[in-house]
Design a protein around this ligand. Structure first.
Ligand code: SIN
Length: 485
């Protein structure tokens, strides 16, 4: 990988402040999805290396939880600064391993760094409570304490931001972490571990174990010293981790799949809605869990919207993410290509029209044409499943109640979007959409300052914002008696 600061390129796991190989010396090769070239390899660790990391984290946690809060805040501020000082190189690493267009990768590093800044501030605001005693000589105190060692599993689509969103609150409140990056994108996580060392994080507080997903996941969920699991990824893996964690009753946060409706009412600003839908659909080539997956347009403006949206979609530049002008990079894998093709074929077979795209891109490999489908109906696969690719299915609707019912008709509940200029409708629809996050007249909802997370089968818990520390804390009530002389 051609970057300026070569020290960021680590190809070993990071345990107890040491860079380690797998015990059996085995490695996994990492490929650039844009051209299938090898980017190097990382250790193929399993249970035993994970258990060693948990032991190191357990030892480190006792000390870290007693560090002055200002020391923890300073480490996080340092990490924020170091991430931004290395922004271009870290962005290139994301693009090399995940294929993301470089402008989006630069944005992801700023997003990741923002969590370190935010939680450096929140570290000082872990407030408790004093409650009137239920008897005259009693007082009731509530304190919040770090939950302990956190097992963390992160996805390939935001390899830097999702790790930062999980480890920043953990570090802030005095937890230690054992983290497994996605097999496709380990280098961003390893670079962050290297920077955490420079930022002054004591050894053992952050451990990164690369390798076998099943073995590492089972070791994390099965170990008694892991008190919390935090995971971003598919709903099916999230359910498995939840089941595995039940045995020792761990606290679990899950940020899982989504199937976001994007609704455009006929009183909306249509230009703004087209631009909002474009970013909500094609950010990271449609590979985000908050992507617009079902675009509902009121019938009186359907043709107009489809025409404008299709025109902009067909102008999106597909290419290697390292080229500055690229707006759509490759997909992550052959399975992703297959799912996209399947959704398009199914929709076509059931009567949808392809307004643009519809095929693998002429560049070959993992590139797919940004695609718009019109005349999409609720019986099609794409109406029911998350696509995770650059396909925009456009449905037509007549009334407010009808579209709310159809939007909510899913087991997912992560993000929803709608455009309207009617104030009453803004409230009514926001309140009735069964999703954890609603974008009203915007296609971008991600920020470190708001609580990110879903309901129903899209997850448990919230990340970012003032609520983001709660998942890393335990509440303790102290009943103080014997006050009277
Ligand atoms: C995700 O797709 O998992 C997260 C996207 C975001 O934070 O914007």
């Amino acid at each position: 990988m051609d970057i300026k600061n070569k020290s960021l390129l680590k190809n070993l796991s990071y345990v107890d402040g040491e860079w380690i190989n797998a015990n059996d010396g085995s490695v996994t090769e990492i490929l650039n999805p844009a051209n299938s070239e090898s980017l190097g390899s990382v250790p193929n660790c399993g249970s035993s290396e994970t258990v060693a990391a948990i032991e190191a984290a357990t030892k480190a946690q006792t000390k870290w939880s007693k560090a002055d809060v200002k020391e923890r805040a300073l480490v996080l501020r340092n990490l924020h600064r170091l991430m931004l000082e290395n922004q271009d190189d870290l962005a290139k690493i994301i693009t090399f391993e995940g294929g993301k267009p470089i402008s989006e990768s630069v944005g992801e590093i700023a997003y990741a760094a923002s969590f370190f800044e935010w939680f450096s501030e929140e570290a000082k605001r872990v407030y408790g409570d004093v409650i009137p005693g239920h008897q005259y000589d009693r007082r009731t105190l509530v304190i919040k304490q770090p939950i302990g060692v956190v097992g963390c599993i992160t996805p390939w689509n935001f390899p830097s931001a999702m790790l930062a969103r999980k480890i920043a609150p953990a570090i802030a409140v005095g937890c230690s972490i054992v983290s497994k990056p996605a097999p496709e994108t380990p280098f961003s996580a390893l670079a962050m571990a290297y920077l955490s060392e420079l930022a002054g994080l004591p050894k053992g507080v952050l451990n990164i174990v690369t390798g076998d997903a099943e073995q590492i996941g089972a070791a994390l969920t099965g170990h008694k010293d892991i008190r919390k699991i935090t995971f971003t990824g598919s709903t099916s893996v999230g359910k498995l981790l939840l089941k595995q964690s039940a045995e020792s009753v761990k606290k679990v946060s899950l940020e899982l799949g989504g199937h976001a409706p994007f609704i455009i009412f006929d009183d909306a600003d249509l230009d703004a809605a087209v631009d909002g839908a474009l970013i909500a659909k094609y950010r990271n080539s449609g590979q985000t869990c908050v992507c617009a997956n079902r675009i509902y347009v009121q019938s009186s403006i359907y043709d107009d919207f489809c025409e404008r949206f299709t025109q902009k979609t067909s102008g999106l530049l597909v290419g290697n993410g390292l080229e500055e002008k690229t707006q759509q990079g490759p997909l992550i894998s052959n399975n992703a290509m297959k799912k996209v093709s399947l959704h398009i074929k199914d929709a076509k077979d059931k009567g949808a029209k392809i307004a643009t795209g519809g095929n693998p891109h002429a560049l070959g490999g993992l590139f797919f044409e940004p695609t718009v489908l019109t005349g999409v109906t609720d019986d099609m696969l794409i109406a029911k499943e998350e696509t995770f690719g650059p396909v925009a299915p456009i449905f037509s609707f007549e009334s407010e109640q009808e579209v709310i019912r159809r939007a909510n008709d899913t087991s997912y509940g992560l993000a929803a979007y709608f455009y309207t200029s009617d104030l009453g409708k803004s409230w009514r629809v926001s309140e009735q959409l069964e999703f954890g996050m609603v974008g009203l007249n915007t296609g971008i909802i991600s920020t470190e300052m708001a609580p990110f997370g879903g309901i129903k089968e899209s997850g448990l818990g919230r990340e970012g914002s003032k609520y983001g520390v709660d998942d890393y804390l335990e509440m303790k009530y102290i009943s103080l008696a014997g006050i009277e002389e």
